[in-house]
Design a binder for this molecule. Sequence first.
Ligand code: GLY
Length: 303
Amino acid sequence: MNYTIAIHGGAGTILKARMTPAQQQAYLDALRASLRAGNTILKNGGTALDAVEAAVVLMEDCPLFNAGRGSVFTHDGRQEMEAAIMCGRTLDIGAVTHVSKVRNPIRLSRKILEISEHVILSGEGAIAFGREQQVAFEEEDWFYDDYRYQQWQKALAADQVVLDHAGQKFGTVGAVALDLHGHLAAATSTGGMTNKKYGRIGDSPLPGCGTYANDRTCAISCTGHGEFYIRGVVAYDVSCLMEYGGYSLAEACQKVIHEKQPALGGSGGLIAVDSKGNMALPFNSEGMYRGWAGKDEEQVAIW
Ligand code: GLY
């Protein structure tokens, strides 16, 4: 049995021409740290669920990524975060939307998966549950980032809802893994869209849209323009093409990201691993912050 993990820090990315070598290095270092956190758990016989949670926690704590600490601002100048984590063995899933001040929405999602009888909790209710479960909270200044603030000011002035920054970065973070016991898991976390309002919900916390895992097929975490990923039920679509259509993981990802999503108008990507340890990291945007590792390899990339 082998083990493997893939991560993403959002599709789209800052345009290559605009990224300094120092910025590039910072992103690659952050991706590598996240990848290693997950891969070390897998190497030591830990579960895929623990691995994807650990990988996502590091990206949530890193202001470079639009999740947790680096979350974008809403129209009202707040961070409203969303996340989901799913176990491929049991099909259990826990998810949150509209949470503020929760340091790691993926940890809160894991608590929902394990303890709550529900699947998705939102807003004040999710926060009350998090306090009962003693997840970590932070004050607003923990989440403040000047770059995100300037993004929000520009979006406000232009009256636009923007998927992260102008280089079309569909900021979201995620991880998928296969563990030594043959089980799959997926996790996704995001701040959503800059200047979002009306309680907008993206694809990340929605089972089968931005996040899905099933030991019969694959584990998927998406990053892209959430409305299109919801309409395409993207993560479940990849799984269904495999389960009912006989597609390989690579064929299913090709069909969804390079044929079906562009036909709808959807831009972005996903990371996927199947129950045999095959991986796919397709995207139809300029780039996608990503990494993959296993027993004998460790790679990170942007474009
Ligand atoms: N894919 C992240 C979002 O649209 O919120």
